[in-house]
Ligand binder design. Structure first.
Ligand SMILES: NC(=O)c1ccc[n+]([C@@H]2O[C@H](COP(=O)([O-])OP(=O)(O)OC[C@H]3O[C@@H](n4cnc5c(N)ncnc54)[C@H](OP(=O)(O)O)[C@@H]3O)[C@@H](O)[C@H]2O)c1
Length: 277
């Protein structure tokens, strides 16, 4: 990719994206990072040989500017860029990976009429196994959509949504999702220990079972319900456990938990989008 890419914020997610981009053969010379911390800048320079700067406005010459600061800082960072942007007349593609901040709010803070893709990645992106929901505002063209998805594909899979509100559902599914699996793994490990296994054995069995189940779901043509039915023989042990889960209201519990995550995502977006005086 010959596109020049600049990151504002050189933390964990930026480092993962840069690592992914470079291993998918993006030239380091085309990547810049604006980051206030000198040590972090040196680390990024040494590890990836990218350009670094302490001045966020240096990023505005790039084709793509990735907003990778904490959500609470996004407003102040964007507002500080808007004047330089207006003066330069440049229209870079902005990609925000900040959780929960709506594109209209980012657009307003950047001075208006900006080209913005909002991305909702999840933590496994740090290991290049992420799942990212993407939303393009109406000013993003098809070529820019391709650039945005190519960048985020450096850390996992990407899926576009048509309405920005759907990113709240993405947050409830894949954004918060890794923690649901960790919770189930934690509970299975504890139950395994109560059944007499050592904590180490229980942990290893649970991790490998989670990996194996995910790989089966990924590689199989069958959906999760069919895969489950196939391993649930009549009168067997799995059936006993599944009946137990379902009689205790497993599906409605998952639904209400995810509704709670969705509602919280909307509330946070409203709070983060308020203009600070
Ligand atoms: N980590 C994930 O799995 C994940 C998943 C989904 C979404 N995200 C989103 O990705 C974004 C970054 O997350 P992260 O985990 O990479 O956080 P992080 O490691 O804290 O990175 C943020 C970086 O921004 C720097 N920074 C602070 N103020 C700045 C400023 N004014 N201008 C430029 N850079 C500044 C910070 O430097 P200092 O450390 O010196 O303050 C830090 O290096 C967040 O908005 C988060 O919501 C992350």
């Amino acid at each position: 990719m010959n596109t020049t890419i600049a990151f504002i914020g050189g933390g964990n997610m930026a480092a993962s994206l840069i690592g992914g981009l470079i291993s998918s053969s993006a030239p380091a010379a085309n990547i810049m990072v604006a980051e206030p911390d000198q040590e972090q800048r040196s680390r990024l320079q040494q590890e990836f040989a990218v350009h670094t700067t302490a001045d966020n406005s240096d990023t505005l010459n790039a084709d793509v500017v990735i907003l990778a600061v904490k959500p609470q800082l996004l407003q102040i960072v964007c507002r500080a860029l808007s004047e330089t942007l207006n003066q330069s007349g440049r229209q870079p593609l902005f990609i925000s990976i900040a959780a929960g901040v709506r594109s209209d709010d980012i657009d307003r803070w950047l001075g208006g009429n900006r080209v913005i893709v909002r991305a909702m990645p999840n933590t496994p992106s740090l290991l290049a196994s992420g799942a990212t929901g993407l939303y393009a505002n109406p000013r993003v063209n098809a070529a820019q959509q391709t650039v945005a998805e190519t960048i985020l594909q450096a850390v996992g899979i990407t899926l576009w949504v048509n309405e920005e509100d759907e990113l709240d559902a993405v947050t409830a599914v894949s954004g918060s999702g890794p923690a649901y699996f960790f919770l189930l793994m934690e509970a299975m490990q504890q139950a395994g220990v109560k059944l007499g296994l050592t904590p180490e054995t229980a942990e290893k069995l649970v991790i490998q079972t989670a990996l194996g189940a995910a790989q089966m779901a990924d590689h199989s043509e069958m959906d999760a319900a069919t895969l489950r039915a196939q391993v649930t023989s009549k009168g067997g042990t799995t059936e006993q456990a599944i009946n137990h889960f379902q009689q205790a209201g497993f599906e409605p519990l998952v639904e209400s938990a995810m509704q709670a995550a969705y509602d919280r995502s909307r509330t946070l977006a409203n709070e983060l989008g308020k203009d600070q005086s």
